[in-house]
Design a protein around this ligand. Structure first.
Ligand SMILES: [Fe+2]
Ligand SMILES: [Fe+2]
Length: 206
């Protein structure tokens, strides 16, 4: 258990401070950089910063859950999905910088909160752990869909990244469902939406 904690702590530090790696090619590889106006560029950057912050939270959630998952198969599935979240982290971070910005300063705060939530969900047992994961991925998928409307039409590169992430998140939700995710009570879903709103509103700005 102590070894696992050290490994997870190390992962946490890397999530926050080291550039994330991607195995798949970036979804926008080969697409031309658009000529965006200053306001459009700032807006796209703010949205990608929100998405990056979401991926920082995803790392923490998955780590918290993998720490506590009892079922070996579920743990492996979580680890595979977590790897794709690392790719999302890399794509969004690179895109923020290309748009002239930097990741949210509040990342460490959200990371810590999400890790605590992930561990708590994990301690409730696998079906609630997976239920929490499924609901998170559904909410993130819907949120990414809304960004496809909000992003500048011309910003094909950010749009390609967000589209691939949306598809991955929905696949993660299906995976959690297949492993026996329980359906969360409505008030819990509501609370999750509220927390996500707070995170998106703050990380768009700082
Ligand atoms: Fe993701
Ligand atoms: Fe995901």
């Amino acid at each position: 258990m102590f070894d696992t904690l050290i490994t997870e702590f190390d992962k946490g530090l890397r999530t926050l401070f080291a550039p994330a790696q991607s195995q798949r090619p970036r979804p926008d590889a080969g697409l031309e950089e658009a000529e965006l106006g200053t306001a459009e560029k700032r807006h796209a950057m703010g949205l990608m910063r929100v998405n990056h912050c979401g991926e920082v939270c995803a790392q923490a959630l998955y780590q918290g859950q993998a720490l506590t998952a009892r079922n070996q198969q579920a743990r492996e599935a979580l680890q595979h999905a977590a790897f794709e979240e690392v790719e999302h982290l890399a794509w969004t971070e690179q895109r923020i910088r290309e748009l002239g910005g930097q990741p949210s300063l509040l990342g460490p705060l959200w990371y810590t909160g999400s890790l605590a939530i992930g561990v708590t969900a994990g301690l409730l047992g696998d079906k609630w752990n997976l239920g929490f994961l499924e609901e998170t991925e559904h909410q993130v998928g819907a949120h990414l869909d809304s960004h496809l409307t909000a992003l500048p039409e011309a910003d094909a590169k950010s749009r390609a990244i967000v589209t691939q992430m949306r598809d991955d998140e929905l696949r993660h939700a299906d995976m959690a469902h297949e492993f026996g995710a329980a359906s969360l009570p409505a008030p819990v879903k509501g609370l999750m939406k509220l927390t996500a709103k707070l995170m998106t509103a703050t990380s768009y700005r700082v």
